[in-house]
Design a protein around this ligand. Structure first.
Ligand SMILES: NC(=O)c1ccc[n+]([C@@H]2O[C@H](COP(=O)([O-])OP(=O)(O)OC[C@H]3O[C@@H](n4cnc5c(N)ncnc54)[C@H](O)[C@@H]3O)[C@@H](O)[C@H]2O)c1
Length: 330
């Protein structure tokens, strides 16, 4: 079984990736400092507690385990915080990533899969957003993702690193078997916030503006299930291990849902009222963000299985209902 190092593998998407890899004949090894992750979410391979920029630890890991590829999910992901404290974001998301890449290259590990984001595009100039869309990130979080992508390009040219950068739109949903779900603290994502309101843990769900130029006035976003993200990572991994060139791929549904639609779907699925309140727009929120994933369909052979919003919210609701307080010891 090939060892895959999952950096950030105790987090929401990385932990599910481990399950997906194990099911598909790989051996995931998790490195996570648990700043945001959950120890209880690491179940499908060894867990190593530590920093991705700890050169001694990386040296030890790479000596102990032959690593076929590294998947990199570790980042700070709060857009607002990145504006207030950009140094923290560039240090963790960019500087620490460079250290990780350099340690990999010292050991001749050259396959890398990076969790990038649609935030690299910024305010869209056309919808759906393709990989050719101009890059104009509007906050340090988005810029940190773009910087890493640019560094990856240079490392490919100079050192022969092979990589795939996967630009996720809004990751959502939970493990269809109920073992892994979304637990960010603080939570900022719409679907878990709506479901926490359904559970009575929040009084209302805030809708940030209902006067956008969209069908019902609320913002439209592209939601993508974590199982479909995991499938894309596996396809990207197989591509690199087969010696094919990497690249950048959008991972979205191609279909957008408005905030009001998400709340309505959640009301139907949970049979709860879910009180909602219209509040002021947030700065920097584009009206519509929808990605085209044609390139991933064609080149990776990606076939999303949970594209329907009902399936996304249904799996998330099953997890939130059975884990109202998150993972057991939290
Ligand atoms: N969730 C989304 O909608 C979304 C969208 C686009 C891109 N992404 C990207 O996907 C990745 C995973 O997102 P997530 O939602 O699972 O986030 P998450 O916070 O749940 O997981 C990130 C994990 O990385 C760990 N980590 C952070 N810095 C580390 C470091 N220096 N050393 C070791 N571990 C470290 C955290 O403890 C956490 O377990 C991130 O890179 C994020 O930017 C997420």
């Amino acid at each position: 079984m090939k060892n895959i190092l999952i950096v950030g593998g105790a987090g929401y998407i990385g932990s599910y990736m481990c399950k997906y890899l194990a099911k598909n004949g790989y051996h995931p090894i998790v490195l996570d400092n648990l700043v945001y992750g959950h120890r209880q979410a690491v179940k499908w391979g060894p867990f190593i507690a530590g920093q991705m920029a700890d050169t001694k630890l990386l040296d030890q890991i790479f000596k102990e385990h032959p690593i076929a590829a590294v998947m990199h999910f570790a980042a700070f992901c709060y857009v607002g915080e990145s504006v207030e404290d950009p140094g923290k974001y560039y240090q963790n998301n960019v500087a620490a990533t460079i250290t990780l890449l350099e340690e990999m290259l010292k050991k001749n590990i050259k396959n890398f899969i990076f969790s990038s984001s649609c935030a690299v595009y910024g305010e869209p100039v056309e919808i759906p957003i393709t990989e050719q869309h101009p890059y104009n990130p509007i906050n340090p979080y988005g810029r940190s993702k773009l910087m890493v992508e640019q560094i990856l390009q240079d490392f490919r040219a100079a050192y022969g690193l092979e990589y795939v950068a996967l630009r996720y739109f809004n990751a959502a949903g939970a493990d269809p078997e109920g073992e892994i779900g979304e637990e960010h603290n603080p939570e900022t994502h719409l679907i878990p916030l709506v479901l926490k309101t359904a559970l009575g843990q929040r009084e209302t769900i805030n809708i940030f503006g209902d006067d956008y130029a969209t069908k019902d006035g609320t913002c439209i976003r592209d939601y993508i299930h974590i199982d479909d993200l995991a499938q894309a990572h596996l396809l990207a991994l197989d591509r690199l291990l087969n010696g094919l060139p990497g690249g950048q791929y959008n991972l979205g549904n191609g279909d957008g849902y408005s905030v009001k639609e998400v709340i309505e779907v959640a009301r139907n699925i949970t049979s709860k009222q879910i009180p909602a309140k219209i509040v002021e727009r947030r700065p920097g929120d584009p009206a519509v963000l929808i990605g085209s994933s044609e390139k991933a369909f064609k080149e990776l052979g990606w076939k999303p299985q949970f594209a329907d919003l009902n399936a996304i919210v249904e799996t998330a609701w099953q997890w939130h209902k059975t884990h109202p307080n998150g993972y057991p010891s939290n």
